[in-house]
Design a protein around this ligand. Sequence first.
Ligand code: ARG
Length: 488
Amino acid sequence: MTTKKAKQPLGKRNRKASSSGETSPIWGGRYGQGPAAVMERINASIDVDRRLYVQDIAASLAHARMLAKAGIISESDSRAIAAGLKRIEGEIAKARFPFRRALEDIHMNIEARLAEIVGPAAGRLHTARSRNDQVATDFRLWVRDALDGLDRRLKALQAALIARAERHASALMPGYTHLQAAQPVTLGHHLLAYVEMLGRDRSRARDCRRRLNECPLGAAALAGTSFPIDRNATASALGFDRPCANSLDAVSDRDFAIEYLAVAALVATHLSRLAEEIVLWSSGHFGFVRLPDSLTTGSSIMPQKRNPDAAELVRAKAGRVFGALMTLLAVMKGLPLAYAKDMQEDKEPVFDAAGTLDLCLAAMTEMVAAAEFDTARMKAAAARGFATATDLADWLVRALRLPFRRAHHVTGRLVKLAEARNCGLEDLSLSEMRAIEPGITKDVFRVLGPGNSVRSRVSLGGTAPANVKRAAAEARRRFLGRDQSKRA
Ligand code: ARG
């Protein structure tokens, strides 16, 4: 039965591997029995790792070329392999590729199809490599692309934030601590805080990319190979800085994926904070921001509702990204060297986190670009809640040379008075103030009121509108310049 079927193309022979109980399609030589249906189901990763096809083909092309150059396979075999691989790439891209679960994963699917296309030469491609170094290489290439994509998306969000910050460099709003009005700030200043966070995220992504960029290919199963391969050639053909130094480490390391997820988790954290502010600010209680209809949803029961669902989902999806990080840490924990099949579980969380993050960044960038800020309402809110009490205390220190603690106490009494009168500090009369601190002069009114307050915050990194304008221009240069990829 097996000899007769062996003459058929590999794929056809495999289709019923599990049900007919025939020899394994992949390791037929050693096996007398095909996999049980459940074995095939738990073992197959093709539904997930098919996404590695571009990377798998690129790595195979580099490997075949190197093998020919080193005289390990013939030039004509290498050319046939390359032509076949390119055809396969086209088939997969056009969704015309017959993916087969019996062939387990993307590596075996491509190799089997290559055999159908180019015949025996295909069997030479796997010389001096193993799926262990192959998958490690493919996955690094994929994560490297994901990091580059992440950098582009973070930069786009920074650009949107910087543009809004420039426009609202002087717009007043309450600054909060404990979500209680603390001191007035400008909206531009607030938005630029997120630009800094995302800048650190980009720097972490670059850092991760640098460490990732070593090539496992040629480590073979775990111990290296007896063939005279040129690992430097394959590494540089694939854009790696150098080959991984230790073959055991090369096939067993997934740090790069864990680091990527750690970067992703922190990006998701930052996005969730901005998302939460959008949720708060678009509520009726704050009324600071209005999202366009196109970025909100209605309620099926309450006609008045415009819910900030996209922001809420960005807030929630952070949990999913953290989950991916925890999953991979747990998969890798305690694994002995070198490769173990456990590691096949590495891709799904990474793919899921990457897709989630892409979507969240796209949604957030649109929300930031399209949000309408109600700057009048924000300004009015900035004037409430005695947000300039610190300015008053500082003035008492500067003008009357009171010790800060004494100034704090005097200001507290003035706040209490204003509270009783149900007015702002700037609405108290000079004589009312003097009843509490006789030294106070009319000069004090120059520091009261949120506009005066923010204008006085000229210290480096402070919220004064002139500072914010400068900071926005600086941010443009620091983060949106052309040579960003080289920044450490
Ligand atoms: N699909 C496998 C994975 O993703 C490829 C490596 C399989 N290696 C092995 N020795 N079974 O990890």
